[in-house]
Design a protein around this ligand. Structure first.
Ligand code: PRT
Ligand code: ZN
Length: 310
């Protein structure tokens, strides 16, 4: 008898439980778990368990290193994975070279994990462009993304592959420059480096295997997509309430970003003013609130929205 479980894929829970790979421990883990929690997915086991089952939905969570996630989806071991676009793109190029399958579907972009892959050089270097790196050694964890950018720029260089602490490579004499992920830029600065060229911008994405799911799984997938979208749009959205002069309503609506039709409520004993309630779907800045005040709005309240279903 074959020990190959894949042969038995048509049987039992494989047909019904949506299997999702997420990063076990790292920069994407907290936000991924927050998204699951806000979407009503209750995960039972602790982070130490490779496989966790959702308590209330037919979902299995596989906790792995982020580098393994694209391959698990492309090899059809899991149905979905959450990973940074940088890792996805790099792995895809690596697998193409290795002659491995690279098919997947992007289910949706997520609202976390934002970063950029940039070239950085010692602060004192008088940078004029990528050509400055002709013949230089560049340390990186992303050799394929770097190679693509350098090829495009027509620059010959030597790649130094490091899987960690890339930012110390120039000081340690291992490389002349680095190509690494940057978020705030603080790590570069504290290592005497400056960011000079961004070669790739990235955020976390939800990807899926490029095969139709069994109907039971598809139904769970559809439910989750709707909930994830609801959670993400709620994050930026705010419920805004204020009292406003009736003759300034048009001007007030014009400055509220992404606001839908407001509810206008009469204020007893104050015919020149109304109460205005509105959902704003974009980030609301202090400047906007100050402009509202200038237009005569009072008692302005901005309330976060937890969930939203359109
Ligand atoms: O163990 P495992 O392999 O799963 O994790 P990992 O160490 O390979 O990855 P991890 O957890 O560091 O990052 C996971 C993903 O988060 C990355 O692939 C990106 O998609 C995303 N991400 C977002 C970042 C950053 N921001 C980020 N700032 N990944 C790494 N960094 C590092 C960067 O490499 C540098 O060391 O943070 C440092 C720079 O940060 P700033 O803020 O000082 O610029
Ligand atoms: Zn990794």
């Amino acid at each position: 008898m074959s020990i190959c479980k894949a042969c038995c894929e048509n049987q039992g829970s494989e047909k019904k439980r949506l299997r999702i790979a997420i990063q076990k421990s790292g920069r994407l883990t907290d936000e991924t778990e927050k998204l699951f929690k806000s979407s009503g997915i209750k995960i039972s086991a602790s982070r130490d368990h490779l496989l966790a089952h959702a308590e209330n939905l037919p979902i299995d969570i596989l906790r792995v290193r982020d580098d393994d996630i694209p391959g698990l989806v492309m090899d059809h071991v899991v149905d979905w994975g959450i990973v940074g676009q940088n890792v996805l793109e790099e792995t895809t190029m690596q697998r193409e070279v290795d002659g491995l399958y690279t098919g997947f579907n992007e289910v949706m972009k997520l609202n976390f994990g934002d970063c950029r892959l940039s070239v950085a050089v010692p602060t004192e270097h008088n940078w004029t462009g990528l050509k400055d790196l002709e013949g230089c050694k560049i340390a990186t964890t992303y050799p394929f993304l770097l190679r693509r950018a350098m090829k495009k720029a027509g620059v010959n260089y030597k790649s130094v592959l490091l899987t960690g602490s890339v930012e110390v490579a120039p000081r340690a004499g291992l490389a002349d420059a680095i190509c690494d992920l940057v978020c705030t830029g603080a790590t570069l600065q504290s290592n005497g480096l400056k960011e000079v060229e961004t070669i790739y911008t990235s955020k976390a994405v939800l990807i899926g295997r490029d095969q139709p799911l069994y109907p039971e799984k598809q139904a769970i997938a559809d439910l989750l997509i709707q909930r994830f979208k609801g959670v993400m749009s709620a994050v930026e959205s705010k419920y805004i309430m204020m009292n406003a002069p009736r003759n300034k309503l048009e001007a007030i609506r014009a400055i509220l970003p992404g606001a839908e039709n407001p509810s206008i409520i009469e204020l007893e004993g104050s015919p020149d003013h109304v109460a205005l309630h509105v959902v704003s779907r974009e980030k609301l800045f202090w400047e906007t609130l100050e402009q509202l005040k200038e237009l005569g709005a009072t008692s302005i309240l901005v309330v976060p929205i937890e969930k939203m279903l359109d």
